[in-house]
Write a protein that binds this ligand. Structure first.
Ligand SMILES: Nc1ncnc2c1ncn2[C@@H]1O[C@H](COP(=O)(O)OP(=O)(O)O)[C@@H](O)[C@H]1O
Ligand SMILES: [Mg+2]
Length: 401
Protein backbone atom coordinates (compact mmCIF):
# COMPACT_ATOMS: atom_id res chain seq x y z
CA UNK A 1 0.00 0.00 0.00
CA UNK A 2 1.43 3.42 -0.90
CA UNK A 3 2.20 5.85 1.90
CA UNK A 4 -0.41 8.20 0.42
CA UNK A 5 -3.34 5.90 -0.21
CA UNK A 6 -5.00 3.94 2.54
CA UNK A 7 -8.11 1.83 2.96
CA UNK A 8 -11.09 3.40 4.65
CA UNK A 9 -11.53 2.83 8.39
CA UNK A 10 -13.79 -0.03 9.43
CA UNK A 11 -17.59 0.33 9.25
CA UNK A 12 -18.34 1.79 12.68
CA UNK A 13 -15.28 3.92 13.11
CA UNK A 14 -17.23 7.08 12.14
CA UNK A 15 -14.75 8.47 9.62
CA UNK A 16 -13.98 12.13 10.12
CA UNK A 17 -13.65 14.16 6.93
CA UNK A 18 -10.15 15.31 6.24
CA UNK A 19 -10.03 18.19 3.78
CA UNK A 20 -9.44 17.00 0.25
CA UNK A 21 -6.02 17.99 -1.03
CA UNK A 22 -6.72 18.57 -4.73
CA UNK A 23 -3.52 20.54 -5.28
CA UNK A 24 -1.54 17.57 -4.00
CA UNK A 25 -3.70 15.30 -6.14
CA UNK A 26 -2.90 17.12 -9.38
CA UNK A 27 0.79 17.33 -8.41
CA UNK A 28 1.12 13.63 -7.65
CA UNK A 29 -1.50 11.47 -9.36
CA UNK A 30 0.78 10.47 -12.21
CA UNK A 31 3.56 9.39 -9.84
CA UNK A 32 4.06 5.64 -9.37
CA UNK A 33 2.36 4.31 -6.25
CA UNK A 34 -0.11 7.19 -5.87
CA UNK A 35 -2.76 4.47 -5.77
CA UNK A 36 -0.81 1.37 -4.79
CA UNK A 37 -0.58 -1.16 -7.60
CA UNK A 38 -2.08 1.13 -10.26
CA UNK A 39 -0.66 3.49 -12.83
CA UNK A 40 -3.05 6.34 -13.52
CA UNK A 41 -3.33 7.10 -17.21
CA UNK A 42 -5.54 9.68 -18.92
CA UNK A 43 -8.60 11.46 -17.58
CA UNK A 44 -11.83 10.00 -18.98
CA UNK A 45 -14.09 12.82 -17.88
CA UNK A 46 -15.97 14.27 -14.99
CA UNK A 47 -19.56 14.50 -13.82
CA UNK A 48 -21.51 15.88 -10.89
CA UNK A 49 -19.87 13.63 -8.31
CA UNK A 50 -16.26 13.34 -9.40
CA UNK A 51 -13.61 12.83 -12.03
CA UNK A 52 -12.78 9.53 -13.66
CA UNK A 53 -9.34 8.36 -14.80
CA UNK A 54 -8.32 5.32 -16.77
CA UNK A 55 -5.75 3.31 -14.83
CA UNK A 56 -3.67 0.20 -15.36
CA UNK A 57 -3.28 -2.48 -12.71
CA UNK A 58 0.41 -3.07 -13.02
CA UNK A 59 0.50 -6.68 -11.82
CA UNK A 60 -1.83 -7.93 -14.57
CA UNK A 61 -1.57 -5.09 -17.08
CA UNK A 62 -5.35 -4.64 -17.11
CA UNK A 63 -7.38 -1.44 -17.51
CA UNK A 64 -9.62 -0.06 -14.76
CA UNK A 65 -11.52 3.18 -14.21
CA UNK A 66 -10.96 5.11 -10.97
CA UNK A 67 -13.53 7.67 -9.86
CA UNK A 68 -12.24 10.31 -7.46
CA UNK A 69 -15.16 11.87 -5.65
CA UNK A 70 -15.18 15.62 -5.76
CA UNK A 71 -17.31 17.02 -2.99
CA UNK A 72 -16.24 20.30 -1.45
CA UNK A 73 -19.05 20.75 1.08
CA UNK A 74 -17.72 19.33 4.41
CA UNK A 75 -21.21 18.06 5.40
CA UNK A 76 -21.59 16.13 2.15
CA UNK A 77 -17.98 14.92 2.39
CA UNK A 78 -18.75 13.28 5.73
CA UNK A 79 -21.80 11.68 4.14
CA UNK A 80 -19.67 10.41 1.24
CA UNK A 81 -17.21 8.81 3.64
CA UNK A 82 -19.93 6.99 5.52
CA UNK A 83 -21.66 6.00 2.29
CA UNK A 84 -18.42 4.62 0.89
CA UNK A 85 -18.79 1.96 3.55
CA UNK A 86 -21.80 0.60 1.65
CA UNK A 87 -19.93 0.41 -1.66
CA UNK A 88 -18.91 -3.08 -0.52
CA UNK A 89 -22.56 -4.16 -0.76
CA UNK A 90 -22.73 -3.06 -4.39
CA UNK A 91 -19.41 -4.77 -5.08
CA UNK A 92 -20.96 -8.11 -4.08
CA UNK A 93 -23.43 -8.03 -6.98
CA UNK A 94 -21.80 -9.93 -9.78
CA UNK A 95 -23.78 -9.72 -13.04
CA UNK A 96 -22.80 -9.68 -16.73
CA UNK A 97 -24.84 -6.51 -17.28
CA UNK A 98 -23.17 -4.56 -14.48
CA UNK A 99 -19.78 -2.86 -14.54
CA UNK A 100 -17.85 -4.39 -11.65
CA UNK A 101 -16.79 -2.48 -8.55
CA UNK A 102 -13.28 -3.59 -7.59
CA UNK A 103 -12.14 -1.50 -4.63
CA UNK A 104 -12.49 1.75 -2.71
CA UNK A 105 -10.11 3.93 -0.75
CA UNK A 106 -9.05 7.38 0.37
CA UNK A 107 -6.06 9.32 -0.93
CA UNK A 108 -5.11 12.80 0.32
CA UNK A 109 -8.59 13.10 1.83
CA UNK A 110 -10.18 12.24 -1.53
CA UNK A 111 -12.43 9.16 -1.58
CA UNK A 112 -12.16 6.95 -4.68
CA UNK A 113 -13.84 3.89 -6.20
CA UNK A 114 -12.07 1.50 -8.58
CA UNK A 115 -14.34 0.03 -11.28
CA UNK A 116 -13.86 -2.33 -14.18
CA UNK A 117 -12.95 -0.36 -17.31
CA UNK A 118 -16.06 -0.51 -19.49
CA UNK A 119 -14.79 1.03 -22.74
CA UNK A 120 -15.65 4.35 -24.30
CA UNK A 121 -18.96 3.61 -25.99
CA UNK A 122 -22.09 4.44 -24.04
CA UNK A 123 -25.79 4.46 -24.80
CA UNK A 124 -25.46 8.25 -24.90
CA UNK A 125 -22.93 8.10 -27.74
CA UNK A 126 -25.01 5.40 -29.48
CA UNK A 127 -28.13 7.61 -29.33
CA UNK A 128 -26.17 10.49 -30.84
CA UNK A 129 -25.32 8.32 -33.86
CA UNK A 130 -28.95 8.10 -34.96
CA UNK A 131 -32.21 6.18 -34.54
CA UNK A 132 -32.16 2.64 -33.20
CA UNK A 133 -34.16 -0.24 -34.63
CA UNK A 134 -36.77 -1.90 -32.43
CA UNK A 135 -34.70 -5.10 -32.37
CA UNK A 136 -31.67 -3.17 -31.11
CA UNK A 137 -33.73 -1.28 -28.51
CA UNK A 138 -35.15 -4.51 -27.10
CA UNK A 139 -31.79 -6.28 -27.11
CA UNK A 140 -30.06 -3.44 -25.21
CA UNK A 141 -32.93 -2.42 -22.98
CA UNK A 142 -33.59 -5.95 -21.74
CA UNK A 143 -29.91 -6.24 -20.72
CA UNK A 144 -30.05 -2.88 -18.95
CA UNK A 145 -33.17 -4.02 -17.04
CA UNK A 146 -31.46 -7.29 -16.09
CA UNK A 147 -28.41 -5.43 -14.73
CA UNK A 148 -30.55 -3.05 -12.66
CA UNK A 149 -32.77 -5.94 -11.54
CA UNK A 150 -29.67 -7.66 -10.12
CA UNK A 151 -29.14 -4.57 -7.93
CA UNK A 152 -32.82 -4.47 -6.91
CA UNK A 153 -32.70 -8.19 -6.06
CA UNK A 154 -30.01 -7.25 -3.52
CA UNK A 155 -32.19 -4.39 -2.19
CA UNK A 156 -29.89 -1.82 -3.80
CA UNK A 157 -31.07 1.15 -5.86
CA UNK A 158 -29.01 2.83 -8.60
CA UNK A 159 -30.65 6.32 -8.53
CA UNK A 160 -28.52 7.71 -11.37
CA UNK A 161 -29.64 5.76 -14.43
CA UNK A 162 -28.98 7.67 -17.64
CA UNK A 163 -27.56 6.80 -21.08
CA UNK A 164 -24.10 8.13 -20.06
CA UNK A 165 -23.96 5.47 -17.33
CA UNK A 166 -24.77 2.57 -19.66
CA UNK A 167 -21.69 1.17 -21.36
CA UNK A 168 -21.79 -0.77 -24.62
CA UNK A 169 -19.27 -3.27 -25.90
CA UNK A 170 -20.39 -4.93 -29.13
CA UNK A 171 -23.96 -5.99 -28.41
CA UNK A 172 -23.47 -6.21 -24.64
CA UNK A 173 -24.85 -3.46 -22.41
CA UNK A 174 -23.52 -2.90 -18.89
CA UNK A 175 -24.84 -0.53 -16.27
CA UNK A 176 -22.16 1.40 -14.41
CA UNK A 177 -21.64 4.25 -11.98
CA UNK A 178 -23.58 2.86 -9.05
CA UNK A 179 -22.63 2.46 -5.41
CA UNK A 180 -23.36 5.90 -4.01
CA UNK A 181 -27.12 5.68 -4.12
CA UNK A 182 -27.87 7.50 -0.86
CA UNK A 183 -25.56 10.34 -1.73
CA UNK A 184 -27.08 10.55 -5.21
CA UNK A 185 -30.67 10.43 -3.98
CA UNK A 186 -30.16 13.02 -1.26
CA UNK A 187 -28.04 15.51 -3.12
CA UNK A 188 -28.99 15.07 -6.77
CA UNK A 189 -31.22 18.15 -6.92
CA UNK A 190 -28.86 20.51 -5.11
CA UNK A 191 -25.63 19.18 -6.61
CA UNK A 192 -26.89 18.95 -10.16
CA UNK A 193 -28.28 22.48 -10.06
CA UNK A 194 -26.54 24.31 -12.87
CA UNK A 195 -24.43 21.27 -13.78
CA UNK A 196 -26.66 19.36 -16.14
CA UNK A 197 -30.28 18.77 -16.98
CA UNK A 198 -32.13 16.20 -14.90
CA UNK A 199 -33.78 14.48 -17.87
CA UNK A 200 -33.88 11.08 -16.16
CA UNK A 201 -34.88 12.00 -12.62
CA UNK A 202 -38.09 10.59 -11.13
CA UNK A 203 -40.51 13.22 -9.79
CA UNK A 204 -40.39 11.90 -6.21
CA UNK A 205 -36.62 12.50 -6.13
CA UNK A 206 -37.46 16.20 -5.89
CA UNK A 207 -38.92 15.42 -2.49
CA UNK A 208 -35.90 13.19 -1.74
CA UNK A 209 -38.25 10.27 -1.42
CA UNK A 210 -37.01 7.84 -4.06
CA UNK A 211 -36.86 4.06 -3.97
CA UNK A 212 -36.33 1.26 -6.53
CA UNK A 213 -39.39 2.55 -8.45
CA UNK A 214 -37.42 5.74 -9.18
CA UNK A 215 -35.02 3.50 -11.14
CA UNK A 216 -38.04 2.12 -13.04
CA UNK A 217 -39.06 5.69 -13.94
CA UNK A 218 -35.51 6.55 -15.14
CA UNK A 219 -35.49 3.35 -17.21
CA UNK A 220 -38.83 4.48 -18.70
CA UNK A 221 -37.23 7.76 -19.79
CA UNK A 222 -34.28 5.85 -21.29
CA UNK A 223 -36.66 3.51 -23.15
CA UNK A 224 -38.67 6.49 -24.39
CA UNK A 225 -35.48 8.16 -25.69
CA UNK A 226 -34.33 4.94 -27.42
CA UNK A 227 -37.73 4.55 -29.11
CA UNK A 228 -38.56 8.16 -29.89
CA UNK A 229 -35.12 9.76 -30.31
CA UNK A 230 -35.41 12.27 -27.47
CA UNK A 231 -36.45 12.30 -23.81
CA UNK A 232 -40.12 13.14 -23.13
CA UNK A 233 -39.57 16.15 -20.88
CA UNK A 234 -37.24 18.85 -22.08
CA UNK A 235 -36.89 22.54 -21.39
CA UNK A 236 -34.73 25.60 -21.41
CA UNK A 237 -33.46 24.92 -17.90
CA UNK A 238 -33.54 22.48 -14.98
CA UNK A 239 -36.78 23.81 -13.57
CA UNK A 240 -38.70 23.31 -16.80
CA UNK A 241 -37.48 19.71 -17.02
CA UNK A 242 -38.29 19.06 -13.35
CA UNK A 243 -41.75 20.59 -13.85
CA UNK A 244 -42.23 18.21 -16.79
CA UNK A 245 -41.41 15.23 -14.57
CA UNK A 246 -43.78 16.45 -11.86
CA UNK A 247 -46.79 17.57 -13.86
CA UNK A 248 -46.06 17.35 -17.61
CA UNK A 249 -48.27 15.22 -19.82
CA UNK A 250 -46.67 12.39 -21.74
CA UNK A 251 -46.87 12.70 -25.53
CA UNK A 252 -45.86 10.05 -28.05
CA UNK A 253 -45.06 10.18 -31.76
CA UNK A 254 -48.09 8.91 -33.71
CA UNK A 255 -46.03 6.14 -35.27
CA UNK A 256 -45.16 4.51 -31.92
CA UNK A 257 -46.83 1.14 -31.43
CA UNK A 258 -49.60 1.13 -28.74
CA UNK A 259 -47.75 -1.67 -26.97
CA UNK A 260 -44.85 0.70 -26.23
CA UNK A 261 -47.20 3.55 -25.35
CA UNK A 262 -48.87 1.34 -22.78
CA UNK A 263 -45.61 0.17 -21.21
CA UNK A 264 -44.07 3.67 -21.21
CA UNK A 265 -47.26 5.18 -19.80
CA UNK A 266 -46.95 2.88 -16.80
CA UNK A 267 -43.19 3.17 -16.28
CA UNK A 268 -43.48 6.96 -16.42
CA UNK A 269 -46.46 7.24 -14.06
CA UNK A 270 -46.02 10.23 -11.76
CA UNK A 271 -46.90 8.16 -8.69
CA UNK A 272 -44.46 5.32 -7.92
CA UNK A 273 -47.35 2.99 -6.97
CA UNK A 274 -48.82 3.32 -10.48
CA UNK A 275 -45.60 2.02 -12.09
CA UNK A 276 -44.71 -1.64 -12.66
CA UNK A 277 -43.65 -2.77 -9.21
CA UNK A 278 -40.57 -4.68 -10.31
CA UNK A 279 -38.30 -5.05 -13.29
CA UNK A 280 -39.36 -8.65 -13.83
CA UNK A 281 -42.73 -7.23 -14.84
CA UNK A 282 -41.11 -4.73 -17.22
CA UNK A 283 -38.99 -7.50 -18.77
CA UNK A 284 -42.08 -9.65 -19.31
CA UNK A 285 -43.72 -6.74 -21.21
CA UNK A 286 -40.86 -6.49 -23.72
CA UNK A 287 -41.70 -8.16 -27.03
CA UNK A 288 -39.61 -11.27 -27.54
CA UNK A 289 -37.41 -12.03 -30.56
CA UNK A 290 -40.18 -13.47 -32.78
CA UNK A 291 -42.83 -10.88 -31.91
CA UNK A 292 -44.77 -9.58 -34.95
CA UNK A 293 -44.20 -6.11 -33.48
CA UNK A 294 -40.56 -6.20 -34.38
CA UNK A 295 -39.30 -4.42 -37.43
CA UNK A 296 -35.71 -3.67 -38.35
CA UNK A 297 -36.14 0.03 -39.11
CA UNK A 298 -36.26 2.93 -36.65
CA UNK A 299 -39.05 2.50 -34.14
CA UNK A 300 -40.56 5.93 -34.27
CA UNK A 301 -39.60 9.22 -35.75
CA UNK A 302 -40.07 12.19 -33.46
CA UNK A 303 -42.75 13.57 -35.78
CA UNK A 304 -46.04 15.10 -34.74
CA UNK A 305 -47.04 13.97 -31.30
CA UNK A 306 -50.20 12.02 -30.69
CA UNK A 307 -52.66 13.30 -28.10
CA UNK A 308 -51.53 12.65 -24.52
CA UNK A 309 -51.92 9.18 -23.13
CA UNK A 310 -55.04 8.71 -21.02
CA UNK A 311 -54.11 8.26 -17.37
CA UNK A 312 -55.00 4.57 -17.29
CA UNK A 313 -54.06 2.83 -20.53
CA UNK A 314 -55.88 -0.48 -20.93
CA UNK A 315 -53.51 -3.45 -20.81
CA UNK A 316 -53.00 -5.26 -24.09
CA UNK A 317 -54.13 -8.83 -24.53
CA UNK A 318 -51.49 -11.31 -23.44
CA UNK A 319 -49.44 -8.61 -21.78
CA UNK A 320 -48.57 -9.15 -18.16
CA UNK A 321 -49.74 -5.97 -16.50
CA UNK A 322 -50.36 -5.46 -12.81
CA UNK A 323 -53.96 -6.64 -12.43
CA UNK A 324 -54.13 -5.22 -8.93
CA UNK A 325 -53.82 -1.74 -10.46
CA UNK A 326 -57.10 -1.94 -12.36
CA UNK A 327 -59.68 -1.31 -9.63
CA UNK A 328 -57.64 1.56 -8.25
CA UNK A 329 -57.29 3.16 -11.69
CA UNK A 330 -61.06 3.38 -12.33
CA UNK A 331 -61.31 5.99 -9.58
CA UNK A 332 -58.35 8.08 -10.58
CA UNK A 333 -60.13 10.98 -12.35
CA UNK A 334 -61.11 12.55 -9.02
CA UNK A 335 -57.66 11.68 -7.70
CA UNK A 336 -55.98 13.42 -10.63
CA UNK A 337 -58.21 16.48 -10.23
CA UNK A 338 -57.44 16.58 -6.52
CA UNK A 339 -53.70 16.16 -7.13
CA UNK A 340 -53.73 18.87 -9.81
CA UNK A 341 -55.54 21.16 -7.37
CA UNK A 342 -52.96 20.44 -4.66
CA UNK A 343 -50.09 20.86 -7.13
CA UNK A 344 -51.45 24.20 -8.35
CA UNK A 345 -51.26 25.40 -4.73
CA UNK A 346 -47.99 23.74 -3.78
CA UNK A 347 -45.98 24.33 -6.97
CA UNK A 348 -45.65 28.14 -6.79
CA UNK A 349 -44.47 27.83 -3.14
CA UNK A 350 -42.00 25.15 -4.14
CA UNK A 351 -40.61 27.21 -7.02
CA UNK A 352 -40.26 30.26 -4.74
CA UNK A 353 -38.65 27.97 -2.11
CA UNK A 354 -36.14 26.51 -4.54
CA UNK A 355 -35.31 29.91 -5.98
CA UNK A 356 -34.83 31.38 -2.49
CA UNK A 357 -32.73 28.36 -1.46
CA UNK A 358 -30.51 28.75 -4.52
CA UNK A 359 -30.34 32.49 -3.98
CA UNK A 360 -29.52 32.09 -0.29
CA UNK A 361 -26.90 29.45 -1.08
CA UNK A 362 -25.12 31.55 -3.66
CA UNK A 363 -25.57 34.92 -2.06
CA UNK A 364 -25.43 34.07 1.63
CA UNK A 365 -22.10 35.82 2.02
CA UNK A 366 -23.39 38.89 0.25
CA UNK A 367 -26.52 38.87 2.42
CA UNK A 368 -24.47 38.37 5.59
CA UNK A 369 -22.15 41.24 4.54
CA UNK A 370 -25.09 43.51 3.74
CA UNK A 371 -26.79 42.78 7.06
CA UNK A 372 -23.54 43.34 8.97
CA UNK A 373 -23.09 46.68 7.19
CA UNK A 374 -26.73 47.61 7.92
CA UNK A 375 -26.16 46.62 11.56
CA UNK A 376 -23.12 48.89 11.82
CA UNK A 377 -25.04 51.77 10.20
CA UNK A 378 -27.96 51.17 12.60
CA UNK A 379 -25.66 51.20 15.65
CA UNK A 380 -23.88 54.38 14.51
CA UNK A 381 -27.26 55.99 13.73
CA UNK A 382 -28.53 55.01 17.18
CA UNK A 383 -25.58 56.59 18.94
CA UNK A 384 -25.83 59.76 16.84
CA UNK A 385 -29.51 60.00 17.86
CA UNK A 386 -28.62 59.46 21.52
CA UNK A 387 -25.96 62.19 21.35
CA UNK A 388 -28.37 64.57 19.60
CA UNK A 389 -31.06 63.89 22.20
CA UNK A 390 -28.61 64.43 25.06
CA UNK A 391 -27.46 67.69 23.46
CA UNK A 392 -31.05 68.81 23.09
CA UNK A 393 -31.84 67.93 26.74
CA UNK A 394 -28.64 69.68 27.83
CA UNK A 395 -29.42 72.80 25.77
CA UNK A 396 -33.08 72.94 26.92
CA UNK A 397 -31.96 72.50 30.54
CA UNK A 398 -29.32 75.18 30.09
CA UNK A 399 -31.85 77.61 28.63
CA UNK A 400 -34.22 77.05 31.59
CA UNK A 401 -31.51 78.01 34.04
N1 LIG B 1 -16.23 2.15 -15.46
C1 LIG B 1 -15.95 2.99 -16.47
N2 LIG B 1 -15.32 2.57 -17.57
C2 LIG B 1 -15.03 3.41 -18.58
N3 LIG B 1 -15.34 4.72 -18.57
C3 LIG B 1 -15.97 5.20 -17.51
C4 LIG B 1 -16.32 4.38 -16.39
N4 LIG B 1 -16.97 5.14 -15.47
C5 LIG B 1 -17.03 6.37 -15.98
N5 LIG B 1 -16.43 6.42 -17.19
C6 LIG B 1 -16.31 7.59 -18.07
O1 LIG B 1 -15.79 8.67 -17.30
C7 LIG B 1 -16.40 9.90 -17.69
C8 LIG B 1 -16.93 10.61 -16.48
O2 LIG B 1 -17.91 9.80 -15.88
P1 LIG B 1 -18.86 10.35 -14.77
O3 LIG B 1 -18.08 11.15 -13.77
O4 LIG B 1 -19.63 9.21 -14.22
O5 LIG B 1 -19.81 11.39 -15.49
P2 LIG B 1 -21.14 11.15 -16.35
O6 LIG B 1 -21.71 9.84 -15.95
O7 LIG B 1 -22.01 12.29 -15.96
O8 LIG B 1 -20.71 11.20 -17.79
C9 LIG B 1 -17.46 9.54 -18.71
O9 LIG B 1 -16.94 9.79 -19.99
C10 LIG B 1 -17.68 8.07 -18.53
O10 LIG B 1 -18.04 7.44 -19.73
MG1 LIG C 1 -21.27 8.29 -14.90
Amino acid sequence: MSPESKPLPPENAGPEPQSADWEGFYRNYKKPGFIAGYEILQKLGGGVFGIVFKAKKQSINKAYAIKFLKVDDPGIQKQVLSELETVGLFAQVDHPNLVSIEDKGLVGGIPYIIMGYAGDETLKSRLQEGPMSEVEVIALFSQICKGVKALHDHSLVHFDLKPANIFLKGDVARVGDYGLSKLVSETRVSLSFGRGTPYYMAPEMLKRKGDFRSDIYSLGIILYECLCGEPPFKGENEWEVLKGHETGELHFPNSLDPHWKSLLGRMLAKEPEDRPQDLGEVLSCLPCGNSPLLGSGPVASPGPAAPPLPPSPPPLAGQQLATQDRPRRTGTVLGILFRSFLLSIVLPFRIVGFTLAAFVKHFSRLIRGTFSALGVVAVIGFWILVVLLLMQVFLVGFSIF
